[in-house]
Each structure stands twice: as structure tokens, then as C-alpha cells.
Design a protein around this ligand. Structure first.
Ligand SMILES: [Zn+2]
Length: 249
């Protein structure tokens, strides 16, 4: 028998046995997964709410991000329009929010990598992002990184950098302050908490930097990272952003 077929059959058999002991469920709707399904059921997979922001240079996320940047750039400094794209769009009640949340809080690294690959593929095919040469994830404070065991933004950034053929720089930025989790503070308080929370840790040669985070809500965290990078990189270096998800109304 063909070796590949034997391998696939054995894998299916192992999945079937482990499904009996510990059933797998769709991350989005919670329905029990069939043997051939992975992470998401077919229904949720066929209905993924893609933003298509990667093919629209002016989109709601980019407008929000650039508005934040304008607030913090000193008067008279020319700042190029920062590109911004997310893979998925949803509101706070959607089941699709479970994808970035499972990556962030439930160590669903394989799920995170699968969707980060999808984001990377789209960015690589986009004119706005194709020339990115350095990818920097939004860092966690070392205490949170230690507690969680990984930085979810770095998990995404690694896949995106590979898709873009860009350099991954996980120590490009450092988070100075340990801030309470986003869910426990108000939006305004959060913005003031993060506004000067980052510093450049290592400067690398770059023409177009891509900052990566898991979710874009108000843009305050990414704008704070932009601000820290601008203290070191001249305006000729473009700074764009990408996330797995964009949370809208
Ligand atoms: Zn489902």
C-alpha cells in the first residue's frame, strides 16, 4: 500500500479514537467537529468574515490608525499614511471573536498559526504590504509573557514574516509597564495607560516596518508602539499595522 495513504489512514484513525475520548469542538460555534474538520466546522469555515482591508488602502481600520498617529506626531512633521489590515471583522457578540481569544487565553497556537498564515498570504499579495522588510510584534510585559508562556502577537508575527519573506524582530520593542488587562479598564483609561508604555529595544535596518497585534479595537496600543518607533526611525521609514481581527460596532 502507498506509504502516504497508510500515513493518512493511521492519522484519521488516531483522530477518530482521540475524538471518542476527548471530542473536538468548533472554536466559533461550539458544535462537535467531524473527523475531517479542523478547528472550525465547515459551516463556520465557509462563512469567515474577511475584511478585505488588504486590498483597500483606505479602510475603517487604517482611518482610525492614521487618526491616532496624527494626534501624536509633532506639528509640521510629514508622516506617510500607514497601511492597516486585519484578517477578520466582527462585532463583540460574534462567535468569531473566539479565534483570537483562544489564541490569547487558551494556548490555541495551531489555530492561531493557521489564521496567521491566512493573514500572511493576503498581505504578501497586497501592494501595500508586499515591500515590508521588518515585522515587529506588539510585546507583552515580561510578567505577562512569563505567566502566559508565549506572546500571541509574536505567534502571528512569525507566520506573517515568513509569508512576506521579511525579517522577524521579536525584540524590536519592549513594554515598560505592567498594565491591567484590557477587559478590566475603560477605553479612555486604557489609551492613557499605554500611550508611553513602549520603548525601542533593538534598532534594525528597515524601510517598511509592519507592527503585528492580535486584535484592533481602538488602535491605542498600536499607536503607542508607532510613537516609540518614531523616536528612533525617521519618517522615511513607513510603519504599517496588521492584526488577526478588527472589532467593529
Ligand atoms: Zn462552527
Amino acid at each position: 500500500m502507498d506509504k502516504a495513504v497508510t500515513g493518512a489512514t493511521l492519522r484519521d484513525f488516531a483522530t477518530a479514537v482521540s475524538d471518542l475520548i476527548l471530542p473536538r469542538h468548533c472554536f466559533v460555534c461550539g458544535r462537535r467537529l467531524a473527523l475531517a474538520e479542523r478547528h472550525l466546522c465547515l459551516g463556520c469555515r465557509s462563512d469567515l468574515p474577511y475584511t478585505h482591508f488588504w486590498s483597500q488602502p483606505h479602510n475603517p481600520m487604517a482611518d482610525k490608525y492614521n487618526a491616532r498617529i496624527r494626534e501624536q506626531v509633532p506639528h509640521g512633521v510629514e508622516e506617510a499614511y500607514g497601511h492597516a489590515a486585519a484578517l477578520l471583522y466582527y462585532n463583540s457578540e460574534s462567535g468569531y471573536k473566539n479565534i483570537p481569544q483562544a489564541l490569547k487565553y487558551r494556548s490555541a497556537l495551531r489555530l492561531g498559526r493557521e489564521f496567521a498564515d491566512k493573514l500572511g498570504e493576503r498581505l504578501a499579495a497586497s501592494e501595500a504590504f508586499a515591500d515590508v522588510d521588518v515585522v515587529i510584534p506588539v510585546p507583552l510585559h515580561w510578567r505577562r509573557r512569563w505567566g502566559r508562556g508565549y506572546n500571541q502577537a509574536a505567534v502571528i508575527a512569525r507566520q506573517v514574516a515568513a509569508a512576506l519573506g521579511a525579517r522577524l524582530c521579536t525584540d524590536g520593542l519592549r513594554r515598560l509597564r505592567y498594565t491591567p488587562s484590557q477587559t478590566s479598564v475603560g477605553m479612555e483609561k486604557k489609551a492613557s495607560n499605554v500611550s508611553d508604555a513602549f520603548r525601542v529595544l533593538r534598532r534594525v535596518e528597515a524601510r517598511h516596518i509592519l507592527l503585528i497585534d492580535d486584535t484592533f479595537t481602538t488602535g491605542s496600543t498600536l499607536a503607542a508602539c508607532h510613537r516609540a518607533l518614531r523616536e528612533v526611525y525617521p519618517p522615511s521609514v513607513r510603519i504599517s499595522v496588521a492584526t488577526l481581527s478588527y472589532v467593529g460596532p
